[in-house]
Write a protein that binds this ligand. Structure first.
Ligand SMILES: [Fe+2]
Ligand SMILES: [Fe+2]
Length: 472
């Protein structure tokens, strides 16, 4: 069951060949996908041969095969995680009932909405990162970018499969819409705000894979708890791929910090821009920006939608089954922030209504781990600087903090104070221009741009200086 059938036009482990109608429908969507990839996928890359991994199995070990592949020839397919026999719904009003193998009719609209919202982010990120290949800091990094891109394309396939297989006509229409909305498009933008701005430099790319892809991890984890079993299984396998995206982000930012430390020591100053490095306060601004826009992705602190999704058994909490409570949450409380006068205070509210806030907090804790790791590097090198996540109140567009201005420590400030300091907190056009000025492509085998340290290891047993991408 777990092995993927590659003899099919669409590789899959869902016995697609047994369902002619579905197979035909997906085979009809395939050219539209390839067309989209060609138009809005990685620019100018179709002839490159890239050392890519392709899923061949969904088991935890040895699920991937590595080879030199041209991206248009990548075998995007449909892979569900293994089926757990007799799986039960773990939370909400249907707790203890058999997991659904078909869409529960009464929750159809909600389930479709969850799948569409998740699915929309996948092609969005490919579109956002479309121009990055032109300015890669090394062939190793170029490979990482393309690996992330093809897998986000595959994640789109994962959601489109669910729409086609379980939602009939309107599912097919939603699948078509996935290729019609485009990141940053004025008329038909992507659904979520953080997926509508282009990723124009590699520092942003590493931040994106650190912060935005980590949002993906938390969303996918909550959806993997779903009582709708096909969604749970597809998310479980997507998470395996997602782990690599976050590795790209964490190791990428880590290498930028490492290089900055070298330059700080070499020139005995924190002001390393003149020496071709990215100074730590610039890195901090990128963190402030990406983290704050990602917090918005979790939605309102108090949300009836989220409570309903939970009650219905459609979307759980992060690692729901490891939490020691009744998984109903009718009588539980949770602390959420509130504005009182000129301060942020914590106040008690029902746990069911604050599912979003809980997920946001879990996400924050996970984001913090990278800060700790990079701060250890800084402390170890004797550099007196600490990277930190800004307060949740900082630079927010959704939830209670959207109406106020707060500094990075969470103090509420006036518009005047905000205007006077914002340039110290998030990237200015000048900061962006500076970082972009460093984005000079390095495509010589084994060479790495001057603003980032080389990778510690290569990919899949290859040396760091392996020719990961061949241009033709
Ligand atoms: Fe993804
Ligand atoms: Fe991802």
């Amino acid at each position: 069951m777990t092995t993927v059938d590659y003899s099919q036009k669409i590789p899959n482990n869902v016995n697609l060949g047994d369902d002619r109608r579905l197979q035909r429908a997906l085979e009809a969507w395939q050219p539209a996908f390839l067309n989209w990839w060609d138009e809005l996928g990685p620019a100018g890359s179709s002839d490159y041969e890239i050392f890519l991994r392709t899923a061949i199995d969904v088991s935890a070990k040895g699920w991937a095969h590595f080879d030199m592949v041209k991206m248009p020839d990548y075998r995007w397919g449909i892979f569900l995680g293994d089926k757990e026999e007799n799986r039960k719904i773990g939370f909400g009003a249907h707790k203890g009932e058999d997991a659904w193998q078909e869409v529960p009719g009464e929750y159809r609209a909600e389930l479709r909405r969850l799948i569409v919202t998740q699915g929309d982010t996948e092609p969005a990120s490919v579109e956002q990162q479309r121009q990055l290949g032109r300015t890669c800091p090394s062939l190793y990094d170029l490979r990482s970018l393309f690996q992330v891109n093809v897998e986000e394309g595959r994640h789109l396939w994962a959601m489109v499969y669910l729409l086609h297989a379980y939602f009939g006509r309107d599912g097919r229409e939603e699948a078509d819409e996935m290729l019609m909305r485009h990141s940053g498009d004025e008329d038909k933008p992507r659904i979520l705000e953080a997926f509508n701005v282009p990723t124009t430099d590699w520092l942003s790319f590493f931040m994106f894979t650190y912060f935005q892809d980590r949002d993906g991890k938390f969303q996918l984890n909550s959806l993997a708890e779903s009582g709708f079993d096909p969604l749970s299984r597809t998310c479980n396998f997507m998470l395996t791929e997602e782990a690599h995206h976050m590795f790209v982000g964490e190791s990428g930012v880590g290498r930028v910090v490492e290089r900055s430390i070298q330059l700080i020591k070499e020139h005995d100053t924190l002001d390393i821009r003149q020496h071709g490095g990215i100074d730590l306060s610039t890195i901090q601004k990128w963190i402030n920006f990406h983290f704050s826009i990602c917090l918005d992705l979790f939605g309102q602190e108090k949300s009836t939608n989220a409570a309903n999704f939970y009650n219905m058994g459609l979307k759980g909490r992060f690692q729901e089954m490891k939490i020691d409570d009744d998984h109903l949450l009718d009588n539980d409380i949770y602390m959420i922030p509130e504005i009182e006068g000129n301060r942020v205070i914590m106040s008690e509210t029902g746990a069911l209504g604050s599912i979003n806030e809980r997920l946001r907090n879990d996400y924050r804790d996970d984001c913090q781990r990278g800060m700790d790791r990079w701060n250890k590097m800084l402390a170890g090198a004797g550099v007196d600087f600490k990277l930190s996540l800004p307060h949740s109140a900082f630079h927010r567009n959704i939830g209670i903090f959207a109406d106020i201005n707060a500094d990075v420590k969470g103090n509420i400030i006036s518009q005047q104070e905000w205007d006077a300091s914002i340039n110290d907190w998030i990237p200015t056009p000048e900061d962006r221009a500076f970082v972009e000025s460093l984005m000079v492509p390095v495509t010589e085998v084994g060479k790495v741009a001057g603003w980032i340290a080389p990778p510690a290891r290569g990919i899949q047993g290859k040396e760091p200086n392996f020719e990961y991408v061949r241009f033709h």
